[in-house]
Design a protein around this ligand. Structure first.
Ligand code: AMP
Length: 398
């Protein structure tokens, strides 16, 4: 594996797998360009070295053929703006004659954006012949798409075998993502707290199981905490509960105590009489919620309890909100946890925030630059912390 920052791309045509799967509104305007801006430094380095960049990505979930609403042509203008006006050409097919011809005539400093890879069903199938056709477009392969690193697709993994070891590498974004995930997973300074929240226990079982091997403390908040409360014999009213996971929750608690990992459940909750932004609210112990009421955020005691754990930690991983943070009445817990993580980071802890909703929360509350790293990869980061090998990483490292 070659190192991107040490490589001089002068005169090379660099095929870059990016994650430009950005949300578009009904006028095809980009409503959140985070995924594009995240990979701009990689593209700029290639261009400033005197190379040219051929960018490939998927967008949305096309049904196996071209669909205008999923065309990457909608991104061309904004991409050129992000690259300070660099010329961005577009090929309306990711393989085929036009793509090859345009790629071969590309001059140093120019960018070619290819049409949506998923217009070919071969992409998601990881088809070798399709991967080989893509590989012919460039001299060097750079993977900068951490968001799809957990997929063994043609452009994210299979393609790597068509490039020699010194001509395939991670881009700057991918490198930063992998480095921060590895730092938490393999080089965590102790105490190491994992803060897991969100709605569903079922989504987080594997990650909790894997973290039991590594973390000192696991904080469980959000809707999933009530399944654990019920497992411990608590009364949870109408709070979210996955009855078919109560036994699993019990087993996780048991495993944790055998391994000496402290699991922290919220001692109290902000409760509501309905799931509504204007609901009546009160406070109750999380294991004694009155009938007809539901826990929608962690309470003040739980905030203090969790903050004390976060304060003493040297490594912090956060995935999932502490409450229904989309509603103002139930965002205090998530905000308070973000504040505690920011303070711990200021005091020298390494903090990694990842997974869709906790990233949305740190952005919404203005904490993104107060934590050590905010991951762009939701599903990929989760799978990494579940202990799975990510095909996009393995393909380049091997
Ligand atoms: P997830 O995608 O599993 O990380 O869950 C995120 C969602 O969980 C967010 O939309 C939150 O509103 C929701 N959530 C967090 N806490 C609760 C709660 N106590 N009750 C119901 N939903 C919750």
């Amino acid at each position: 594996m070659s190192k991107f920052s040490d490589h001089n791309f002068a005169g090379e045509k660099v095929l870059v797998r990016v994650d430009f799967n950005v949300p578009l509104n009904d006028k095809f305007e980009i409503t959140d360009d985070t995924r594009m801006t995240a990979t701009v430094p990689t593209i700029k380095k290639i261009l400033s070295d005197g190379g040219s960049a051929i960018l490939m990505s998927h967008l949305g979930r096309p049904k196996g053929g071209p669909e205008d609403k999923f065309s990457l042509k909608h991104l061309v203008k904004h991409l050129s703006e992000l690259l300070n006006g660099a010329p961005v050409l577009f090929a309306n097919d990711c393989i085929g004659e036009q793509a090859y011809l345009t790629a071969s005539m590309l001059k140093p400093g120019e960018v070619l954006l290819l049409e949506n890879l998923r217009f070919y069903k071969e992409e998601e199938k990881g088809d070798e012949a399709f991967a080989q056709k893509l590989s012919k477009l460039g001299d060097v392969y750079v993977n900068d798409a951490f968001g799809t690193a957990h997929r063994a697709h043609a452009s994210t993994a299979v393609i790597a075998k068509f490039f020699p070891a010194d001509k395939k590498m991670f881009g700057l974004l991918m490198n930063a993502e992998v480095a921060s995930a590895e730092k938490v997973m393999h080089e965590s300074q102790k105490p190491f707290v994992a803060i897991i929240g969100g709605a569903k226990v079922s989504d987080k079982i594997l990650i909790i199981e894997n973290l039991l091997e590594r973390a000192t403390d696991i904080i469980i908040g959000g809707g999933m905490a009530y399944t654990f409360m019920k497992a411990e014999g608590g009364k949870i009213g109408n709070s979210l509960c996955e009855n078919d996971r109560v036994q699993t929750a019990l087993e996780l608690l048991d495993k944790a105590s055998k391994k000496g990992v402290c699991i922290h459940l919220p001692s109290d909750s902000i409760i509501a009489d309905k799931f509504d932004a204007n609901a009546n609210t009160s406070n109750a112990p999380s294991n004694n919620i009155p009938d007809g009421w539901m826990g929608l955020d962690i309470g003040e005691n739980a905030i203090e309890q969790f903050t004390n754990v976060i304060k003493k930690s040297k490594t912090i991983l956060w995935n999932g909100p502490m409450g229904v943070f989309e509603m103002q009445k139930f965002q205090h817990g998530t905000k308070a946890i973000a504040t505690a993580i920011a303070a711990a980071t200021q005091n020298g802890a390494f903090s990694l925030v990842g997974g869709g909703d906790s990233v949305a929360a740190v952005n919404q509350f203005g904490f993104a630059d107060k934590v050590s790293y905010v991951s762009t990869g939701g599903g990929a980061l989760l799978e990494y912390f579940e202990g799975k090998v990510l095909p996009g990483i393995a393909a380049i490292k091997e």
